[in-house]
Design a protein around this ligand. Structure first.
Ligand code: BES
Ligand code: MN
Ligand code: ZN
Length: 495
């Protein structure tokens, strides 16, 4: 789906459709007014007849209005006259794209940024418009001959913005499209079945992405991990026939000497739980246990496409968690790369094991900031449901910056504590640490486990177990938190 700017009086635009917002009771939005005037008050008459309900997001598609060059006009209700909530604005865009999908209108002029949204400016509305349109047009790539028909709306035109200069508007469209592309990369990877999306496959994809976007990509093999003493990562991989990989993707957008932001994404391509086997129902969802990794891939591509003046490294520890004769047993003790020994009491708490070695490895890049992202705990889903990412940081300004990036994009995160008191549960009689504490505060104790490996660094942890994918009829990956990451990194460039 392409976005471009169309500088022409609205009644003259020869696109497949004009999309205009209607605010109930109020005067028509400027573009609706222009259509109304060009069409001898056709809109006013229709609205008087009550053909468009006042509920935000209701639509009415009109054909061949006299006086209007476009073949169609889509009226989109913007509700009963108050400034919209953010989610209502997103509904507006989603319903407009849905209403045009399957019609003959392959291109449409969207005038929806005229609709007021509480506390939000033009730039916010345009960025959301791009993202929501792209998300609505997204299709899962099926592993089948028959694919779902693609969205028929392939071109969105936008009128020049009253608030933004042409160059700023152009950059905004370019960047929000790059972020949407990155989000699609994350969704596509995560939606693949676990027999195809293996650690080896992820490593291949990283190399291909490196070629396309000029990233330096290194892949550590099992033998490298053995040499580095990554006993925790290797313990998770022990029960799998698939070799583990540690992927490093380097994007250099500024002076080499500038310290990088390092993103670490959990890449468990399938989590059976290992010997602490998970119950059968919904176990298929554990193919999404590499969504953290997928979001790092997507973010790196977006950052490269935007050519941000910043250095970013994406690190992806990836393996399978399988039960097998060679699998790690509950009670096994392993030595992590940091030197700390870990008593593995539950092999299903594997994410923190691969992450602790990756976080230790990340130290060698001397990160300005280190952020890991993981579908780490079911407890996070219980705590925050499917809206908010669980957010932890050992630095208050970093916590605030990440939360702000979430608020700015709608890809929101909510803070949870990392207090020392929570370390108590991770004590072991036999090793430096146990890999699980009790059930209470499960996402917090998981984060506290990781905190033991990041003491020397400015570090944050994002638990995306509740937000990275949807279950049920709408099953599929969301691509979160690519938007949060991209805004955070854009903000870092501005500093
Ligand atoms: N990948 C899971 C966490 C998860 C659960 C993600 C549900 C998405 C949806 C993780 O590896 C796991 O199994 N965690 C355990 C930890 C427990 C054994 C301490 C959990 O949450 O049950
Ligand atoms: Mn697990
Ligand atoms: Zn897992």
């Amino acid at each position: 789906m392409e976005f471009s700017i169309k500088n022409q009086s609205i009644d003259k635009v020869r696109s497949g459709c004009l999309v205009v917002g209607i605010v109930e009771g109020k005067k028509l939005t400027p573009s609706a007014k222009a259509v109304d005037q060009a069409s001898a008050q056709a809109l006013s008459h229709l609205l008087k007849q009550g053909d468009l309900p006042a509920k935000a997001g209701k639509t009415l598609l009109l054909h061949h209005l006299t006086g209007v060059a476009a073949a169609r006009v889509l009226l989109v209700s913007a509700g009963p006259g108050k400034a919209l909530e953010e989610r209502e604005f997103r509904t507006l865009v989603r319903s407009a794209v849905t209403a045009l999908d399957g019609t003959g209108a392959t291109s449409a002029l969207f005038c929806l940024a005229e609709v007021p949204v509480k506390g939000r400016d033009e730039a916010w509305k345009l960025e959301q418009l791009v993202w929501v349109a792209r998300e609505t047009a997204y299709r899962i790539t099926r592993v089948a001959d028959q694919q779902d028909p693609p969205c028929t709306l392939t071109e969105i035109l936008l009128p020049p913005s009253p608030a933004l200069k042409p160059a700023a508007l152009h950059t905004l469209l370019q960047r929000s499209s790059a972020i949407a592309n990155g989000q699609d990369v994350a969704r596509d990877l995560a939606n693949l079945p676990p027999n195809l999306c293996t650690p080896t496959y992820l490593a291949e994809r990283a190399k291909a992405m490196g070629k396309e976007w000029k990233l330096k990509v290194d892949v550590l093999e099992r033998s490298d991990m053995e040499k580095l003493g990554m006993g925790a990562l290797l313990a998770v991989s022990a029960g799998s026939r698939q070799p583990p990989k540690l992927i490093a993707m380097h994007y250099q957008g500024t002076d080499k000497k500038k310290k990088p932001v390092v993103l670490v994404g959990k890449g468990i391509t399938f989590d059976t739980g290992g010997i602490s086997l998970k119950p059968a129902p919904d176990m298929d969802e554990m193919k999404f246990d590499m969504c953290g990794a997928a979001s790092v891939f997507g973010t790196l591509q977006a950052v490269a496409e935007m050519r941000l003046p910043i250095n970013v490294i994406g690190l992806v520890p990836t393996c399978e968690n399988m039960p097998d004769g060679n699998a790690t047993r509950p009670g096994d003790i392993v030595r992590s790369m940091s030197g700390k020994t870990i008593e593995i009491l539950n092999t299903d708490a594997e994410g923190r094991l691969i992450l602790c070695d990756a976080l230790t490895y990340a130290q060698r890049f001397e990160p300005a900031t280190l952020i890991d992202v993981a579908t780490l705990t079911g407890a996070c889903v219980i705590a925050l449901g499917h809206e908010a990412t669980g957010l932890f940081a050992n630095d208050d300004s970093l916590l605030a910056e990440l939360q702000a990036a979430g608020n700015a994009t709608g890809d929101r995160a909510w803070p949870l504590p990392l207090w020392e008191e929570y370390q108590e549960g991770l004590k072991s009689n036999f090793a430096d640490l146990a890999n699980v504490a009790g059930r209470p505060g499960g996402s917090i104790t998981a984060a506290c486990f990781l905190a033991n490996f990041t003491k020397t660094m400015r570090w944050a942890h994002l638990d995306i177990a509740g937000v990275a994918y949807r279950a049920g009829k709408e099953k599929g990956a969301t691509g979160r938190p690519v938007k949060l990451f991209c805004h955070y990194l854009m903000q870092q460039c501005a500093r």
